[in-house]
Design a binder for this molecule. Structure first.
Ligand SMILES: [Zn+2]
Length: 329
């Protein structure tokens, strides 16, 4: 039995037809975890959909109304980059409910992993980049509303910048200090952008490929703009650096890890060169840091578009394995 819960439902499946986003990955990950003996049926918990009230903690009433009534404009539907349907709305509400449940389990057990979610490109008033609503932000706001936490940190390791996360928490962004220079001379030059002028309750960190979607990257508390084709060692050094810097300035009661599989070298929508082993080391690094500081971690999966979908499944399953290895010691 795992030392934490996995949040999953067959209804995480996104009804988007044939698409570069492999909507069947959630079930494949679930099945692989069971067949390989990594998890047992009792390790899984089933989420309920978020309530509209939960969703409204982050999203504008106008946008929620459009989603519920199917009245997005043609342009808004195009920006989503997935075909709109009422069934898709239901799937996203369930993903948000799954992230709320994972956050709750994280606060109780130290770790909570949703085999879904991570829709970090959704803004308060619109969706884009396959993301309709921002499940992670909804979970954070719900935990805050319930008085379970006041301060959260997001650590976004998807290859694409967490533009929705940055925009949602911009009003409460915590000022950041410059990153210390990295002592490793082998590191490629990387542009780090550190902005923010508010003392706030959510600190946002994003490590991403600079030359990739989204074109406009609203500032996170810490943005690590990585050059094309960066490999395992440099990536891990920058993650270590960003975590150290962020946690020196900010003391979160919940860490929300967005564990995108798309920094992988074989990804169709990414341009970084991480190996499957390097991505597992990334997960281990994050979990070790959180464990050492006693910070609960909730995990969502976000993107993953490997040419071979089985690689995407492996990378996401490895996140569960890494958490198991770190948190059972
Ligand atoms: Zn991505």
């Amino acid at each position: 039995m795992l030392p934490f819960k996995l949040v999953y439902s067959d209804d995480y499946y996104l009804p988007i037809g044939s698409h570069v986003f492999p909507a069947e990955k959630y079930k494949r990950i679930h099945d692989r975890l069971l067949v390989s003996g990594i998890a047992e049926p009792s390790d899984f918990v089933t989420p309920h959909p978020a309530s509209d009230e939960d969703v409204l903690l982050v999203h504008s009433p106008q946008y929620v109304e459009k989603l519920k009534t199917g009245t997005l404009s043609a342009r808004e539907q195009m920006e989503l980059e997935v075909p709109f349907s009422p069934a898709l709305v239901k799937a996203f509400w369930l993903a948000a409910g799954g992230s709320i449940l994972a956050a709750d389990h994280a606060l109780n057990d130290g770790v909570g992993i949703s085999i879904g979610g991570g829709f970090h490109h959704a803004f308060p008033d619109h969706g884009e980049g396959f993301c309709m609503i921002h499940d992670v932000a909804i979970a954070i706001r719900r935990m805050q509303r319930d008085g379970k936490i006041t301060r959260a940190m997001t650590v976004d390791c998807d290859v694409h910048q967490g533009n929705g996360t940055a925009a949602i928490f911009a009003g409460t962004r915590t000022a950041s200090e410059p990153l210390p220079s990295v002592p490793t001379s082998t590191l490629n030059p990387v542009k780090t952008k550190i902005r923010g002028s508010h003392t706030g309750d959510v600190f946002t960190i994003s490590l991403h490929q600079e030359n990739n979607y989204p074109a406009w990257k609203p500032p996170s508390s810490i943005d690590i703009n990585l050059p094309d084709q960066i490999g395992d060692d440099d990536y891990l050094a920058w993650l270590d650096n960003a975590l150290s810097s962020g946690l020196r300035q900010f003391d979160p009661e919940l860490l929300c890890y967005i564990a995108g599989a798309d920094p992988y070298c074989e990804d169709q929508l990414g341009g970084l060169s991480l190996s499957i082993d390097g991505l597992k080391k990334r997960d281990e690094l994050l979990f070790r840091v959180a464990k050492a500081r006693g910070i609960p971690v909730m995990v969502t999966l976000a993107g993953g578009y490997a040419r071979n979908v089985e690689d995407t499944v492996t990378i996401h399953c490895n996140t569960v394995i890494a958490a198991t290895e770190v948190f059972t010691k």
